[in-house]
Design a protein around this ligand. Sequence first.
Ligand SMILES: Cc1cc2nc3c(=O)[nH]c(=O)nc-3n(C[C@H](O)[C@H](O)[C@H](O)COP(=O)(O)OP(=O)(O)OC[C@H]3O[C@@H](n4cnc5c(N)ncnc54)[C@H](O)[C@@H]3O)c2cc1C
Ligand SMILES: Cc1ncc(C[n+]2csc(CCOP(=O)(O)OP(=O)(O)O)c2C)c(N)n1
Ligand SMILES: [Mg+2]
Length: 615
Amino acid sequence: MHTSEQARVFYWCRKPFCGARVVPFGSAVGVTAGRERLMTTTVADVMVATLKASGVRQIYGIPGDSLNGFTDALRRDGGIAWEHVRHEEAAGFAAAAEAALTGELAVCAGSCGPGNLHLINGLFDANRSRVPVLAIAAQIPAVEIGGGYFQETHPQELFRECSVYCEMVSVPEQLPRLLQMAMRAAVQRGGVGVVVVPGEVFLADAPSAKVTPVRTAYSMIRPDDSALAAAADVLNAARAVTILAGAGCAGAHDQLIALAGALQAPVVHAFRGKEFVEYDNPYDVGMTGLIGFSSGYRAMEHCDALLMLGTDFPYRPFLPERVPVVQVDVRGEQIGKRIPVQVPLVGTVGATIDALLPLIAAKADTAHLDRMTAHYRRVRARLDKLARDRRNDSPLHPQYVAATVDKLAATDAVFTADVGTPCIWAARYVRMNGARRLIGSFNHGSMANALPHAIGAQASHPGRQVVALCGDGGLAMLLGELITLRQMRLPVKVVVFDNGALSFVELEMKAAGIVTYGTDLDNPDFAGMARAAGLFGARVEKAGDLEDALREAFGHDGPALVDVRTVRHELSLPPKLTYGEIKGFTLYATRTVLSGGGEELVELTKANLRELDVE
Ligand SMILES: Cc1cc2nc3c(=O)[nH]c(=O)nc-3n(C[C@H](O)[C@H](O)[C@H](O)COP(=O)(O)OP(=O)(O)OC[C@H]3O[C@@H](n4cnc5c(N)ncnc54)[C@H](O)[C@@H]3O)c2cc1C
Ligand SMILES: Cc1ncc(C[n+]2csc(CCOP(=O)(O)OP(=O)(O)O)c2C)c(N)n1
Ligand SMILES: [Mg+2]
């Protein structure tokens, strides 16, 4: 998080309805805000001061009843921006994205009952991505709990599954300590800390005005010498080592490249590792998995030892069988979750490689690497061919849309991608470079994440270009957040893959031999809706119009939406089709014809052939 950038938010006076004087960071409880002076210090004041001293610059949420004591303390203080979203779920996602970008605590809040219940899906996303988020869940008056009161829920039970810490504050004396414990758990364990606070507790006099900031403490951890020696034995004995690298490689790019070089190992990545692994990497052979590249799959299939670095890649059928595995993870309990592991190495990737590398006998045989990188180059060239510019295409091929966004976006853009086919296009066509970032609901897999993730990315990084790659289904699910973009003056660029369907689900149905059902989307003109909401809006029906529309949107001084009509059945076949899946495709064809969907089948076949041409 960049202090100067953050400071600019307030001086720029982005908040349209905020009259409070800007207070510099590090202020203590009891400072003047606007023309008001605090007469007493409430529990909420101490919470606000603690958050501010801990580097929190904005909080996402919606106020209401039981939360009003907290939001009033925010208003009086004026040093933390209130990011007013239109649905609390968006607040959870926004905080998750901010935390993913900064590595520091991000905060969201909801009022009692339904207010904080709405946070839950965003909190699941944050917790499963292991990013540090604090959720402030207001509660009904403590005296009413257990009596079936208006809006009564039990957040400490509801949020248990999506948090690393979740406790209720019953009396004011508990609060400073419980808040700090929740924050510390969130930043050190990586996940969601929840404090449940009855409305009257926010308003109570604080027992003490003392503020203790909580900041992430970073560590470098390496395995012991015997574990490292055992790993070196396995890797030195192997002829063909392949590396599967994930998000745990963040900050260890140099070490990763050095180790791959010593082992002459192709590097496959898991999706969350893309942004940290793929760029400036001569050993890169692409992603593996259902939406991955065949080269990623092959590199694992043909290795005789697998080295897993900071990855929790979940799809076991894509992992190799009967080869020794060395796995590095900072959380020991993650090791061996997906595949039996011969040598577990508990450590951070960078420090572990630093300690391991001197034990590796540099390999001279490049046959495995050469074969896999050659395969990757072929796949890459074919994928790039699919994204070629054919100006009269209408509807547009999504590959072309993604490649054009990639070409025109800033070198340090933050991309967010909806769950659905936008994940495929982001994985294949959005290039990373060490400065760009890619955020998605990759572990939780929730739809409608791209727009609210973009809100958090933009609110925390006001000077940066943020591009949301949205599905038409995903956008519609949290459509109200377009209004948030305008109201909070967040210049997010929204690109909609408007294919008129829940296309990813259709793909799943086809692969399972199920006739597509319930997947049609009869959409409005999203560009027109965006304009009505005060955004820049453009609709693109023809490939030849895409570049101009994107340039205009990206250059627009404010939020913008480009609604692109894309091909519905742009199939993406998995690199390895199982018998069940092949059978599924056949079944789908038969049933579709039988159910009178012949026209659809022809279209599908054409798109399908286009992809088959690729792999
Ligand atoms: C529609 C859709 C389709 C998808 N298809 C694919 C697909 O085809 N292929 C694919 O790969 N993914 C796919 N995903 C994403 C997939 O579900 C997982 O999110 C992804 O594979 C996990 O990537 P990862 O292992 O890099 O990250 P994570 O699951 O976050 O794992 C990171 C691991 O690194 C560890 N770690 C963190 N920091 C460090 C450190 N400093 N040192 C050591 N260890 C550390 C963590 O403890 C964790 O175990 C898809 C997702 C969606 C929504
Ligand atoms: C909240 C939620 N509901 C349902 C799903 C199941 N699902 C996964 S992808 C998808 C379709 C997404 O459609 P859209 O946003 O239009 O993207 P497309 O795949 O069509 O590009 C659905 C319904 C989900 N992952 N999350
Ligand atoms: Mg769609």
